[in-house]
Design a protein around this ligand. Structure first.
Ligand code: PAF
Length: 284
């Protein structure tokens, strides 16, 4: 496995693989890899000849008061995880390699970015779309793998690929959880022991959402009221949003159906965590 820092080194490797007729996967990450990332790499490994993992904490997807500076980083650990997963190439550029002096081109999107995280994190998805477009241009993958934990991001990237005729298949992979239900996230490392327990309120509230939806008799409003009450009973939790949306459009729904995604962002102390579920078992 090679670890490279320049765009040219990636392009050189890709050129050789293309000449050999190999198909190529990309797993874009911000590093501090956990089993959620590992599941993406494992699927990519099974379905492709070559696997590229990018590790880049993308500054332009963080707001001015967000955690860019403190976002956890550990390239040595990440290198070992990639090596064990059979990755062929790790691309770990510096900020200056991705955003050269004078950089001023961005990929933006309307509609799908207007709700949920897009509301609380203006510019976040423009940063995501821009860096993912750049990675797609650099690696030219046949397939790219993203986690369903970032459900809105996944829907946005699928739409971007469709709208901009990008030649890559976007594959969403299931959320990987700790044994007690907490969705794996690099940001879980910010939690104190007490907050770690309190963070279970997210997955427990999604369990409740699924149970209520399956029982029937609730519209989105009454379901969301019950879910908010459940979260508010946890003293360390502060709701950013809890919504029931259509999984494709990310727009709020009134009635619950197979295409309903319940998505939430909740602060546990100072840490903002997200989680979601297709409450009636539909496809994401
Ligand atoms: O999901 C992430 O880790 C990031 O948003 C991504 C897709 C790697 C872009 O920086």
């Amino acid at each position: 496995m090679k670890v490279v820092k320049t765009i040219q080194e990636v392009k050189d490797a890709v050129q050789v693989w293309r000449a050999e007729g190999q198909d190529i996967a990309l797993v874009p990450t911000m590093g501090f890899l956990h089993n959620g990332h590992k599941s993406l790499m494992d699927k990519a490994r099974k379905e492709n000849d070559k696997v590229v993992v990018s590790i880049f904490v993308n500054p332009i997807q963080f707001g001015p008061n967000e955690d860019f500076a403190t976002y956890p980083r550990d390239l040595e650990h990440d290198r070992a995880v990639c090596e064990a997963a059979g990755v062929d190439l790790v691309f770990a550029p510096e900020k200056e390699e991705m955003y050269k002096d004078g950089f001023c081109s961005f990929v933006g999107m309307n509609v799908l970015t207007e709700e949920l995280c897009g509301k609380s994190r203006p510019c976040h998805f423009q940063g995501v779309c821009t860096v993912v477009s750049k990675l797609f241009n650099i690696v030219t993958p046949d397939r790219a793998y993203f986690g369903q934990k970032d459900a809105q991001q996944l829907a946005i990237i699928k739409r971007m690929v469709l709208d901009l005729n990008m030649n890559v298949k976007v594959i969403g992979c299931p959320i990987i959880r700790e044994a007690d239900g907490l969705a794996m996230s690099s940001r879980n490392t910010y939690l104190s022991a007490e907050e770690r327990k309190a963070a279970l309120i997210l997955s427990q509230t999604l369990d409740l959402a699924e149970k209520m939806a399956k029982e029937g008799g609730y519209d989105a409003k009454s379901l969301l009221n019950a879910l908010k009450k459940n979260i508010e009973a946890e003293p360390l939790a502060r709701i950013d949003y809890v919504e029931a949306v259509n999984v494709l459009t990310m727009k709020p729904v009134e009635e619950l159906s197979e295409s309903t995604l319940v998505a939430m962002a909740v602060y546990i102390g100072k840490t903002r965590l997200i989680d979601n579920r297709m409450i009636l078992g539909g496809e994401q």
